[in-house]
Design a protein around this ligand. Structure first.
Ligand code: NAD
Ligand code: UFG
Length: 348
């Protein structure tokens, strides 16, 4: 079977491509490299070559998802070599909350415009299976209880709005095309860590916004200290609480979801992808220090605008439908993420 992975060179995409190849799928990637490097996919290939498993093909195309002709070329080429694309995992998009507030039109175009283009081309090539990268950010606010899929959606920034509207668009396709579409909206919580080889990992451009790459850069001495945003949140120790999930579990979750769609017929599913376990910033810091025998200089600063106290998944739907759940521990996330940083001090 062949799968098109949009944004496959990115952080989550590259780990998922590896899992797809190792699970026996041929993979076609379309990426503009606006936030990634082709080197990530070269490394995916080299990891596969070291494994003794039967090899599948990885085809990489450089281009923007808003460009219909390159998309059509990929589907056509796949047909010509008898590798018809059976499904799409759709990661491509812009993901900075801050930038989305400054440039909402860019975000609507890059995220929603590109998805409309993709869906049009998929339909014309009779491909109607899609796993979409949604986000816990669409729940909008924090909750004392774990977030369930049927909770009210109320995104508080343009990035979150684009994710919610794409979910709605995909639901419309399912409802209005007599149930031919197989759709899964995966609402990720906080992916961190890296592949255990230390060859692929997260490679943010400039100063990282997210806590984990910031932490590893402080540990490496590239940044002076971790600034903890707020110490009076209504959480266990006053610092923000999140549901951190190992990126390889996230990758595995995509392949399991894709197989669930293939085996279970047309539907439109929205599902949390998290561990169901909350961890505060201070707890994460302690586990990172203990796992890697390091000390991280840190200081407390004001709350970051737009932050919420707590985002933790109720992952019971995932467990019951897929008969699978993320198993890697925070200790593993911290060790694997630090190995990637140490082995690649300047990224790719
Ligand atoms: P990433 O930026 O590392 O990967 C996205 C990839 O898409 C990059 O390789 C980028 O070059 C590519 N891309 C962007 N716009 C494109 C376009 N118009 N055409 C072709 N390629 C394009 O991000 P990631 O962390 O791997 O996230 C993947 C997806 O998951 C994104 O849609 C993101 O919004 C979503 N998500 C991420 C997180 C997170 O914390 N990392 C959380 C929730 C949801
Ligand atoms: N934090 C700090 N210092 C930092 C960075 C973050 O204290 O330098 C804190 C934040 O206040 C928050 C926690 O660490 O409490 C996690 O923050 P991140 O920026 O790593 O992650 P967010 O939960 O804010 O957002 C991430 C992605 C979003 C996605 C969301 C889904 O960036 O795109 O997870 O849960 F939507």
């Amino acid at each position: 079977m062949s799968i098109l992975v949009t944004g496959g060179a990115g952080f989550i995409g590259s780990h998922t491509c590896l899992n797809l190849l190792e699970s026996g799928y041929d993979v076609f990637v379309l990426d503009s490299f606006v936030n990634s490097s082709p080197e990530s996919l070269a490394r995916v290939k080299s990891i596969c070559e070291k494994d003794k498993k039967p090899k599948r093909d990885l085809h990489v195309f450089k281009g923007d998802l808003r460009n219909a002709s390159i998309l059509k070329d990929i589907f056509t080429k796949a047909n010509e070599i008898n590798k018809k694309i059976d499904g799409v995992i759709h990661f491509a998009g812009l993901k900075s909350v801050k930038e989305s507030v400054e440039k909402p039109i860019l975000y609507w175009d890059a995220n929603v415009g590109s998805t409309i283009n993709l869906l049009n081309v998929m339909q014309s090539f009779d491909c109607s299976t899609i796993v979409f990268s949604s986000s816990a950010t669409i729940y909008g606010r924090s909750s004392k209880t774990k977030l369930k899929e049927n909770f009210k959606l109320k995104p508080i920034n343009p990035y979150g709005s684009t994710k919610m509207v794409i979910e709605k668009l995909l639901n419309d396709l399912f409802v209005n095309y007599s149930g031919s579409w197989r759709v899964a909206n995966l609402r990720y919580f906080n992916p961190i860590g890296a592949h255990e080889s230390g060859l692929i990992g997260e490679n943010p451009k400039g100063i990282p916004n997210n806590i984990f790459p910031f932490l590893t850069n402080v540990a490496a001495g590239n940044l002076e200290e971790l600034r903890i945003f707020g110490k009076n949140w209504p959480t266990i120790d006053g610092t923000g609480e999140r549901d951190y999930v190992h990126v390889m579990d996230l990758a595995e979750g995509h392949v399991k979801t894709l197989e669930f769609l293939i085996n279970n017929g047309p539907q439109c599913l929205s599902m949390n992808l998290g561990t169901g376990k909350g961890t505060s910033v201070l707890q994460l810091l302690n586990i990172f220090e203990e796992s890697n025998s390091l000390k991280i200089p840190h200081t407390f600063v004001e709350r970051r605008s737009g932050d919420v106290a707590r985002l933790v998944a109720d992952n019971s739907l995932l467990k019951s439908l897929l008969n699978w759940y993320p198993k890697r521990t925070l200790n593993q996330m911290c060790k694997d993420g630090w190995r990637w940083q140490v082995n690649n001090p300047r990224g790719y």
